[in-house]
Design a protein around this ligand. Structure first.
Ligand code: ADP
Ligand code: MG
Length: 700
């Protein structure tokens, strides 16, 4: 058998498996081949040289091994509840053993009065320790010496256990596997220079299953984790190289008068270091001849709009038009107003195109886009309608990405034969490690710095019982001329309920802030758009002091005079959503506040979340915590990605290894993008073997 084919041998060919067990292994654990079993790693190891005194067993012990004399063996209970019980007694105490299945085996094989060595998971039942379905074998003094200090523990499933394939049996199969394969079946796949301080591949696989010492186990694990991350990073880097090679894009070869005049004469502030870096990344990207597809992550308030504008000016310098799309009419208007203000003295024509643009104006804009008298168009979905045609669209900026679907973005492609460069801006930070794995094949920029002089928002957590004093505090802020947001959660599954809650809340806020002294706007998702816009506008202009709303106010709205946000039932929100909401305050010169109200009965986890919110304003830190709490599958704004299905590596625990893997993969790709150098032959061979191997067993 050739080396590649041995690991791809169907699992039924392994000694001790056979067709029936093979079927179960496939269904239950997705183990189709020898190679799959090899990668069914033990989740931990246990020390079988250790024998505990029975009276030393504590409730927090998980698995224990004890030795003693078996007594009082007998069945109790009737029919389905029938079980076999017995006691194991040493000279310190006794523990109960119980069997619900395999009773006849017990009756045939176990003898009262004999010494046994017993291993299993302890549980406490009515304050008494017991082991259900223990591993049990006659005790002879030499037996301990034959045990391993690091016996692997494999996961199994209830169904497999019922068919005699528990974790221990799976360990036996793995042992059998290692008698059939040899070093040549697991050829090295890391180039020599990465092996200096690392265990080789064969050794690592053996040691991770059956370690000869804790140190060896650690080294083996580290080697395999690195390998997993390195191969993933290499794949992403190669995909990116391939995409750049194949996607022709407009060439923004120069930075000209539009950019330079604006930068030197009209820029109202010094750019932050992060802004400078990102605009440079964009400039370099767009000058390379391939289509830029860049994701820009910047925390709320980091100044993404300025990046959009500067990129659009570079497009204009190269004779191209740009569009800037926002998810709501309010945001589009806001962008339009700020671009107009910034470009007041520049010979640049900006238009606003939304669903409510009047027919005559719309006609003028469509014509202007066709004959290139309009350079920038800002708008909503209205921009991607088929009737909107550009003379030469070079750049599309999409703000607050998560509200735009992929299909909508694809529509932009069709607007010119060479697709425009795309810059997607999102204010939902995701942790760097997650971005590296989930977006590693995209062009990707981060703005992790806020403009100077911002006062951090003060955030506190209060129970609902303290609502009245919170309202009093809000009152004092309003007396000072500030404005306030009141946010209620809108839970999709029970929208009706929360709608009623919102109305109740509105009445409650009204009773605290009676008209005509106070004026209140309300917005929610069920409101017709124009009414919603009108209410927002009244708040924006300062006509109303309080805005009561659901999370529709979440995205991008800029009312610098609003300095307080009260979030009701804040325990019902996720961390990143709370962070987005809170980003609506703290946008002006004044000290801002965020009050998180929750029920006293909120879960412990929810209270921990609120604690995190009170301790930091940094979206990236919050995203890291969110990742720790929820795991990588659930984070907002991430796409499903095979890159996240690691067998051993964890993007939460193995950050350093990930950074190192990325660094090494990037170095190799820069030097040798085709992997044709002799020292990279091992990687190339490995990647190719992975490609051809895909799921033979699964197809059969
Ligand atoms: P976001 O990244 O949330 O979209 P904005 O682009 O709305 O942030 O910017 C937030 C505020 O910060 C705006 O008022 C903007 O004018 C201001 N701003 C942006 N960049 C800077 C800077 N470098 N220095 C000072 N203020 C800045
Ligand atoms: Mg913004």
């Amino acid at each position: 058998m050739s080396q590649a084919s041995l690991l791809s041998s169907p699992i039924e060919y392994l000694k001790g498996v056979g067709p029936l067990r093979a079927d179960m292994l496939k269904k239950e654990l997705d183990l189709y081949t020898f190679g799959d079993l090899l990668q069914h790693f033990p989740h931990r190891h246990i020390d079988k040289t250790l024998v505990l005194d029975i009276n030393a067993i504590q409730p927090d012990h998980d698995f224990v091994q004890v030795r003693g004399v078996l007594q009082g063996l007998g069945t109790i209970g009737e029919k389905r509840a029938r079980r076999m019980v017995g006691q194991l007694r040493d000279n310190t105490g006794a523990i109960e053993l119980a069997w619900f299945q395999g009773i006849s085996w017990v009756q045939k094989n176990l003898v009262e009065g004999q010494q046994y060595l017993v291993f299993g998971r302890v549980s406490f039942f009515n304050g008494r320790a017991q082991i259900v379905h223990p591993e049990i074998e006659p005790y002879i003094p030499q037996i301990i010496a034959q045990k391993s200090a690091l016996e692997p523990v494999y996961s199994s499933t209830e169904k497999l256990k019922a068919r005699g394939l528990n974790g221990k049996q799976i360990g036996k199969l793995t042992q059998a596997l290692f008698t059939q394969i040899s070093e040549k079946d697991l050829p090295e796949n890391l180039p020599a220079h990465l092996l200096k301080d690392r265990m080789n591949r064969w050794e690592a696989f053996r040691q991770v299953h059956f370690p000869s010492s804790p140190e060896k186990y650690k080294q083996a694990l580290q080697r395999l984790i690195f390998e997993e991350l390195f191969i993933a990073q290499l794949r992403l880097a190669l995909i990116k190289i391939e995409r750049h090679k194949n996607s022709k894009g407009h060439l923004f070869s120069k930075v000209g008068d539009y950019f330079n005049n604006f930068y030197n004469l009209h820029l109202p502030f010094e750019l932050t270091g992060a802004q400078k870096r990102v605009i440079k990344e964009i400039r370099q990207d767009a000058a390379k001849g391939y289509q830029m597809n860049r994701l820009l992550q910047g925390d709320v308030g980091s100044g993404k709009t300025m990046i959009a504008l500067l990129a659009m000016l570079i497009a204009a310098d190269n004779g191209f038009q740009s569009c800037l799309m926002a998810p709501t009419e309010i945001l589009a208007q806001q962008h339009y107003a700020s671009l107009n203000e910034l470009l007041l003295e520049m010979p640049i024509e900006v238009a606003l195109l939304t669903g409510s643009t009047k027919i005559k104006e719309r006609r003028r804009i469509l014509q202007g886009l066709l004959d290139d008298t309009i350079h920038f168009v800002v708008g909503t979905h209205a921009i991607i309608e088929d009737t909107v045609q550009f003379k030469n669209l070079g750049l599309a900026v999409i703000d607050e990405q998560h509200r735009f679907g992929v299909a909508q973005r694809a529509k932009l492609w069709k607007k010119s034969s060479i697709p425009p460069h795309v810059l997607v801006m999102t204010a939902t930070p995701i942790p760097r490690t997650l971005a590296m794995t989930a977006y590693g094949d995209l062009d990707y920029s981060v703005m992790d710095e806020l403009p100077p002089g911002r006062q951090p928002i003060k955030t506190v957590h209060r129970f609902e019982t303290a609502r009245a004093s919170v309202m009093d505090f809000v009152k004092t802020e309003i007396e000072k001329g500030r404005q306030a947001y009141y946010v209620y959660p809108l839970i999709e599954e029970s929208e009706k309920m929360s709608f009623e809650n919102l109305m109740e809340g509105y009445e409650q806020v009204k009773s605290f802030f009676p008209e005509p002294k106070y004026k209140i706007s309300m917005v929610h998702g069920r409101m017709p758009n124009d009414l919603k816009e009108m209410n927002m506008q009244r708040f924006k202009s300062g006509e109303t002091q309080i805005l009561v709303g659901t999370t529709v106010i979440e995205v991008g709205v800029n009312v610098p005079n609003a300095s307080v946000m009260v979030i009701e039932s804040s325990e019902k929100f996720g961390l990143s959503q709370l962070h987005q909401l809170r980003g609506r305050v703290g946008r002006g010169m004044e000290q801002s506040y965020c009050v998180l109200l929750s029920s006293v009965k909120a879960s412990r986890e929810a209270k921990d979340r609120l604690k995190i919110m009170c301790s930091t304003n940094d979206g990236f830190v919050i995203a890291e915590k969110d990742l720790e709490i929820r795991g990588p599958g659930d984070i907002d704004g991430t796409r499903q990605s095979g890159a996240l299905n690691f067998k051993l590596a964890s993007i939460i625990n193995d950050r350093e290894a990930l950074e190192e893997a990325k660094k090494q993969a990037t170095l190799i790709c820069e030097k040798d993008p085709t992997l044709n150098l002799p020292e990279h032959a091992v990687i190339k061979a490995y990647l190719q073997s992975q490609k051809s191997k895909i799921g033979w067993g699964k197809i059969a």
